[in-house]
Design a protein around this ligand. Structure first.
Ligand code: PXG
Length: 471
């Protein structure tokens, strides 16, 4: 029986709260899940269910829940100075120290930061920044930005335009002018009979073709996530990024890596670009910057861009009230310090990450799983109807949603996109918690297969070799 207080909250929620990325009519009927507290990798809901959060809130709670040091950093700064702005030749100490810290962590000459409140605002800022960069160098016509179909760069007008989500473009008349998209390097879904390497090169070549079609003198920048997150954790073939980097350099197109999901240790490197050996001109960040404890994002850019903006850009007519908010900055600084002091990025690369990867890839022996892919602590399982063939269920999304509900019932939060189950746990997850995560995932796959009426023999075999690729 639902507790009356929860029912009341659900009624208020249905009456007054429009949820993001939700069918709000359906949600009103079902009643929202109210989360009440968190500790480590676990959260509890208002019905008292304890859930292992294998999605880190929304790809962001990298340090896990309940870190007192982050709470203390926030409250100390709030007591001292809860807010001051960074306009009018002012700023605050945590803001300065955070900018310097980010410059130290970011690869190469990515030494400069503009602060925002979110990943969407960071990508929005990029649109203005790169166009301004070219414009003050007497190339105002260099204003086209290339993104990718199914890329996700946020929900603001420019962020959603840079992204290539058709459902988002359909609401609000997007994309805005001078943003165009190329196809994504999604080998499992779109690679056909090509090898992954061949497919990666072909998808990178689409960038060159697009640049040439537009005319290189018109192309300001290319934006992409090192690994596509929301689309379904699409890990590009190894051949993809080196070619993209080469093409951008060849035509002097600025390379923007959206590190909102991949940044701050998720891949076992500080930034996803480093995992692929890429040196972008610009990186956008958010989420893991504060482990989600407070909202904060930013744009990191290189010396060349900084020099042009400073020497030729004049006044920067861009900024948010809360750009570089001191409380968020204090929390971000502490978050980065903990990641460093506890060697968490290194642990993801060399200890818990490989341990998780081994168990995750072994799930590929399950008849429902067409592919199990993972880098660091970012992974996906592609659920398929007929394992030997790389194919999708006809009504895409139904089985993924079913498996997600079953996992929840079994005490595990996994996100699904279409029929892919997505994995992004707190980076602090321990080996025994990984065992639990893998055990519940396998049980949830079994329960899903049972619900779909797959025969007993089509569930978990007693023994079996993990395969990372479908036949
Ligand atoms: N870039 C990437 C790569 C993201 O994943 C953003 C930018 C936007 O950040 P903000 O802070 O403005 O939300 C994101 C956000 C999902 C989902 O369903 C993913 C995000 C947001 C909402 C839902 O996976 N990622």
């Amino acid at each position: 029986m639902t507790d009356p207080n929860l029912r009341h909250l659900q009624q208020l929620d249905a009456a007054h709260h429009l949820h993001p990325f939700s069918d709000n009519a359906e949600l009103g009927r079902v009643g929202t899940r109210v989360l009440t507290r968190g500790e480590g990798v676990y959260v509890w809901d208002a019905q008292g269910n304890k859930l292992l959060d294998a999605f880190a809130g929304l790809w962001c709670v990298n340090l896990g829940y309940g870190r007192q040091e982050l709470v203390d950093a926030a409250s100390e700064q709030m007591r001292k100075l809860p807010f001051y702005n960074s306009f009018f030749q002012c700023t605050t100490e945590p803001t300065i120290r955070l900018a310097a810290k980010i410059a130290e962590l970011a690869p190469g000459d990515l030494n400069h930061v503009f602060f925002t409140n979110s990943g969407s605002e960071a990508n929005d800022t990029v649109v203005r920044m790169v166009r301004h960069f070219w414009s003050v160098q007497d190339q105002p016509q260099r204003n086209v930005i290339i993104g990718r179909h199914n890329g996700y760069h946020g929900s603001t007008v420019a962020g959603a335009s840079l992204g290539g989500m058709k459902g988002m473009h359909a609401q609000g008349g997007l994309p805005i002018a001078n943003i165009t998209h190329i196809n994504q390097p999604y080998w499992f879904g779109e690679g056909g009979r090509k090898t992954a390497e061949e497919f990666g090169r072909q998808r990178a070549a689409l960038l060159e073709r697009k640049i040439l079609k537009l005319g290189p003198e018109r192309v300001a920048a290319f934006i992409a996530e090192p690994i596509q997150g929301a689309a379904g954790v699409f890990i590009p073939p190894d051949s993809y990024w080196p070619d993209v980097q080469r093409i951008c350099r060849l035509y002097d197109v600025l390379l923007v890596a959206d590190e909102v999901v991949c940044g701050f240790g998720r891949t076992g490197r500080w930034f996803g670009s480093e995992y692929f050996g890429v040196q972008p001109d610009i990186m956008t960040i958010a989420k893991g910057l504060t482990s989600g404890y407070l909202p904060m994002g930013g744009v990191i850019f290189n010396d060349r861009i900084a020099q042009v903006l400073k020497e030729r850009g004049g006044e920067l007519t861009h900024g948010y009230t809360y750009s570089g908010h001191p409380v968020c900055a204090a929390v971000a600084l502490k978050n980065l310090q903990i990641l460093q002091d506890e060697g968490i990025v290194d642990r993801v690369a060399n200890d818990t990450g490989p341990y998780l990867a081994e168990g995750w890839k072994a799930l590929a022996d399950h008849p429902l799983v067409g592919e199990a892919r993972i880098v660091g602590m970012l992974g996906a399982l592609e659920l398929v109807p007929n394992k030997p063939k790389r194919q999708f269920f006809p009504d895409r999304g139904r089985v993924g949603t079913l498996c997600r509900s079953i996992a929840l019932r079994n005490g595990l939060i996994l996100r699904s996109t279409d029929d892919a189950m997505l994995l992004s746990p707190p980076l602090t997850i321990t080996r025994s918690e990984i065992d639990e995560l893998l055990r519940i995932t396998r049980k949830s796959l079994d329960d899903t297969a049972a619900e779909l009426g797959m025969s007993n023999s089509a569930r978990t075999p007693r023994s079996g070799q993990g395969r990372s690729r479908p036949a």
